[in-house]
Design a protein around this ligand. Structure first.
Ligand code: VGL
Ligand code: ZN
Length: 212
């Protein structure tokens, strides 16, 4: 069984949002086109309490982009984003959501961030995504969404480490690029971990060839 994992396709990560990913909106049509090709679609949602430790605003004198130690882990500070119940935390209006079978929220504990859809950044608590995928007999996951150099990367790395055959669909993700080459480096890192980088066209061709 194959699953498509939609990572954090939320207003705050799209142009005009609090933590906008440049050209993040370019993935929306691609993601919508891909969804009907998969028997299972799940989503992750960054879902922070207002007092979350990853927000620069919650640390006196700190600005977004700075690094701090957050209870023993190095933490990049971000603008306030994806606050539970806010418009910014909602999925984009342009994202088709009717096929999403289950949503896994992350980043709900103020004391630790969670880039991956599977575990927090300390690998202390699971979101339930891995157990859910196993229950559904999933063996192969395809990861898309935002941002390529953070939540998509860590979701894909955890998927691979958990034993799923893991694909990242390059034209269905975009990166934040706090530093110029972060997204390029993220793709190298994923490839080195044995994750397959493909394009939406490859998925379409693969599905067509299997229908014959
Ligand atoms: C993300 C930074 C902070 C992401 C979430 O979805 O990639 N990045 N929170
Ligand atoms: Zn976040």
């Amino acid at each position: 069984m194959r699953a498509l994992i939609l990572v954090d396709i939320q207003n705050d990560f799209l142009p005009g949002g609090a933590l906008e990913v440049p050209q993040g909106d370019k993935i929306l049509n691609v993601v919508n086109l891909l969804q009907p090709l998969f028997p299972l679609v799940v989503a992750t949602q960054d879902w922070h309490p207002a007092d979350h430790g990853s927000f620069a605003a919650n640390h006196a004198g700190k600005s977004p982009g700075e690094l701090i130690d957050l209870f023993g882990l190095t933490q990049v500070l971000w603008p306030v984003h994806c606050v539970q119940g806010s418009k910014g935390a909602e999925f984009s209006d342009q994202l088709h959501t009717s096929a999403i079978k289950k949503v896994f929220v992350k980043g709900t504990d103020s004391s630790i961030d969670s880039y991956s859809g599977f575990f927090d950044n300390g690998h202390r608590k699971a979101t339930g995504l891995e157990d859910y995928l196993r229950d559904q007999q999933v063996e192969e996951v395809y990861v898309v969404g935002l941002a390529a150099d953070y939540c998509v990367k860590f979701t894909a790395l955890d998927a691979k480490a958990s034993g799923f055959r893991t694909f990242v669909i390059e034209d269905a993700t975009r990166g934040v690029n706090l530093s110029q080459y972060d997204t390029r480096d993220a793709f190298f890192e994923m490839e080195a971990a044995g994750i397959h980088l493909i394009n939406s066209q490859d998925v379409i061709q693969m599905m067509e060839s299997q229908e014959e």
